[in-house]
Design a protein around this ligand. Structure first.
Ligand SMILES: Nc1ncnc2c1ncn2[C@@H]1O[C@H](COP(=O)(O)OP(=O)(O)O)[C@@H](O)[C@H]1O
Ligand SMILES: [Mg+2]
Length: 263
């Protein structure tokens, strides 16, 4: 049985889809078989992050209605042989989906793939409760923003109540702000949330200006490396973090920090 991991958050826009897509690509790059499931009904954009939006033909609703087989519904990635994407873009809402069929599909994917990564919607609605029940592990994504941390802590308590294994990835960390004492760092955030730190993803301009011509994974070498480190942490249960502060250390670094603060 493969590892079925749900990517959740309290606050929206913290980078769940981006992180799910990047880690999926990185795991496939490390020769793992991976299926990415778009579970943000009505607001899905994982296909854009993977750069395969034009390849999507069938979605889960087609499979449920018997218009496609599961094998046909899974969209192969453009880059990695072992990577597939399951779309839900035709489903207007979570309510419109047959839950027992949905659970069956997730279990089936877990039997076929080494990793099933589920990109969830923000918050703690019915879909959140359903997904917690389906997965083996939960990754809570948060940014260093105070509101995101508070919302992540509410999600974490819900996950603890349901006795699921959970960890946190801190996204959009900025070295200049952390060194300047203006932002929490990943250790403070993991400690506040009482969660195991899975790793960090710095804030990269390459990601924020990303257009779906290539996947988010390929926006820059630094971005790719950071996703590989996250994927290895998931594989090996480690917590290595890329150094996102190095550019802002020393005399030149201090100058960079000043310039950034003025911008
Ligand atoms: N590490 C990052 N650096 C810069 N921009 C990021 C980063 N992670 C995510 N973003 C940007 O933040 C926005 C929200 O990301 P998204 O993955 O859609 O969040 P969510 O799925 O949690 O709603 C997107 O525009 C994305 O490009
Ligand atoms: Mg999303």
């Amino acid at each position: 049985m493969g590892r079925i991991i749900g990517f959740v958050s309290g606050k929206g826009g913290v980078g769940k889809s981006c992180i799910t897509a990047g880690i999926g690509k990185a795991l496939a790059n490390l020769n793992k078989s991976v299926c990415l499931v778009d579970f943000d009904f009505g607001l899905n954009n994982l296909d854009l992050m993977l750069g395969i939006e034009t390849n999507v033909v069938y979605d889960l609703t087609d499979y449920f209605a018997g218009r496609s087989r599961l094998r046909q519904t899974l969209v192969p990635d453009n880059e990695f042989d072992g990577l597939y994407y399951l779309s839900t873009h035709k489903a207007s809402s979570f309510d419109a989906i047959d839950k027992s069929l949905l659970k069956e599909v997730i279990t089936k994917l877990g039997e076929v793939f080494e990793y099933v990564l589920i990109d969830c919607s923000a918050g703690m609605g019915q879909d959140f409760k359903f997904i917690i029940d389906c997965v083996n592990e939960i990754i809570i994504v948060s940014t260093p923003n105070i509101c995101a941390i508070r919302d992540a802590s509410k999600v974490a308590s819900e996950v603890f109540k349901l006795k699921k294994q959970a960890g946190v990835i801190v996204n959009k960390l900025r070295g200049d702000l952390v060194l300047g004492g203006k932002s929490f760092d990943e250790k403070q955030i993991a400690k506040t949330l009482g969660l195991k730190l899975i790793g960090v993803m710095p804030e990269y301009e390459a990601i924020s200006v990303y257009s779906s011509i290539k996947s988010v994974y390929n926006t820059s070498l630094e971005v790719k490396n950071a996703f590989i480190v996250l994927a290895k942490n998931i594989l090996k249960n480690t917590s290595f973090c890329v150094d996102y502060t190095y550019k802002f250390k020393g005399v030149i670094g201090a100058l960079r920090r000043k310039l950034k603060a003025r911008a």
